[in-house]
Ligand binder design. Structure first.
Ligand SMILES: CCCCCCCC/C=C\C/C=C/C(=O)SCCNC(=O)CCNC(=O)[C@H](O)C(C)(C)COP(=O)(O)OP(=O)(O)OC[C@H]1O[C@@H](n2cnc3c(N)ncnc32)[C@H](O)[C@@H]1OP(=O)(O)O
Length: 289
């Protein structure tokens, strides 16, 4: 993984924090700044709760924290599975932090995007069995995060989708391919072009979500489903996953710099900045009402 200077500063700070999953046994819990981690040493399952108020939006620092945690879990031989959920029972993740993309410094903007690419590559390509327990709304980058897991369980009463086009933004090819790989080409064409935010039931009907379970039962269901995934020998499961996901990952790896350039050029356009400003005003005004 390639880290920028700012991210490295953050890594140093983070490394001094107490979380050390290696060698943990039986239900240890730990917290970093924006993540709550519960590691069951017996089953080898880590429950990671996104915990960045108000809406678990991904800024550079939060993405860096997630990347460091992923690296630690990947390197922890006792860890076999990851359940990703939110500490906020209404919002899984509000997606990318829009403030990262408004009046940005180009260097930070590029680093932000590289770090997001890194998060997607490590979650999508993880050797761990990964389950998203989606216990709240999950627009855009939140949906991408769920799409990167192996299995999705969602609570009713929320919405999910790649809604970028509704904001006048073009979802990058690896967002779209993540959707295609889960729902199939036709459904992905419709929901990505229209930028649909779907209800839990609609998402379930197109296969974006595998299972619908009330919020209060979602973690128990995720643990039960995880047991099924972990019945398969790790090596066979991991290599099969890699075989299936490698072409999509390779496309991003080959075009990583070009993808960053496209992103920076697109986001810094006057017209996009203007639209972003209007969208932020709408969000803030809605929050005030
Ligand atoms: C040729 C190739 C070109 C390639 C170009 C590539 C371009 C690709 C670029 C980007 C991809 C983008 C991905 C994204 O993820 S963009 C983010 C999309 N997310 C959203 O639109 C979500 C917006 N938020 C909501 O819908 C709601 O806030 C909610 C459903 C998440 C929660 O609703 P609610 O509980 O009612 O909370 P509030 O709306 O009141 O919000 C509380 C508080 O949080 C702030 N906030 C919400 N979302 C975000 C966010 N994504 N980033 C930053 N801040 C957010 C909101 O403004 C309120 O703030 P406050 O007023 O200060 O309290």
């Amino acid at each position: 993984m390639i880290w920028g200077r700012r991210a490295l500063q953050h890594v140093k700070r983070f490394k001094r924090l107490p979380f050390q999953p290696e060698g943990l046994h039986r239900c240890m819990s730990a917290a970093t700044q924006n993540l709550v981690v519960e590691m069951d040493g017996k089953s080898g399952v880590a429950v990671v709760k996104l915990n960045k108020p108000p809406v678990n939006s991904f800024n550079l620092e939060f993405l860096t924290e997630i990347n460091i945690l992923m690296e630690k879990l990947e390197n922890d031989k006792s860890c076999r599975g990851l359940i990703l959920t939110s500490n906020n029972n209404k919002i899984f993740s509000g997606g990318l932090d829009i403030m990262e993309m408004y009046n940005p410094q180009p260097d930070r903007l590029a680093e932000f995007w590289r770090t997001l690419q890194g998060m997607w590559l490590s979650l999508y390509g993880s050797r761990l069995a990964t389950i998203a327990a989606i216990n709240g709304h999950s627009p855009a980058g939140g949906c991408l995060t769920a799409l990167s897991c192996d299995y999705r369980i969602m609570a009713p009463g929320f919405t999910i989708g790649l809604n970028e086009t509704q904001l006048g933004i073009i979802p990058p090819f690896w967002f779209v391919e993540s959707m295609i790989n889960v729902t199939g080409q036709r459904q992905a064409e419709v929901c990505c072009q229209k930028g649909l935010m779907m209800t839990t039931e609609q998402a379930h009907s197109i296969g974006l979500v595998d299972d619908v379970v009330p919020g209060e039962a979602i973690l128990e269901r995720a643990h039960n489903e995880m047991k099924n995934w972990l019945k398969v020998p790790d090596f066979a499961r991991q290599l099969t996953k890699r075989q299936i996901r490698k072409p999509t990952m390779d496309r991003l790896i080959a075009k990583r710099d070009e993808d960053i350039q496209n992103f920076v050029q697109f986001i810094t356009k006057d017209s996009v900045q203007k639209a972003m400003g209007v969208y932020i005003d709408q969000l803030k005004n809605k929050a005030k009402k």
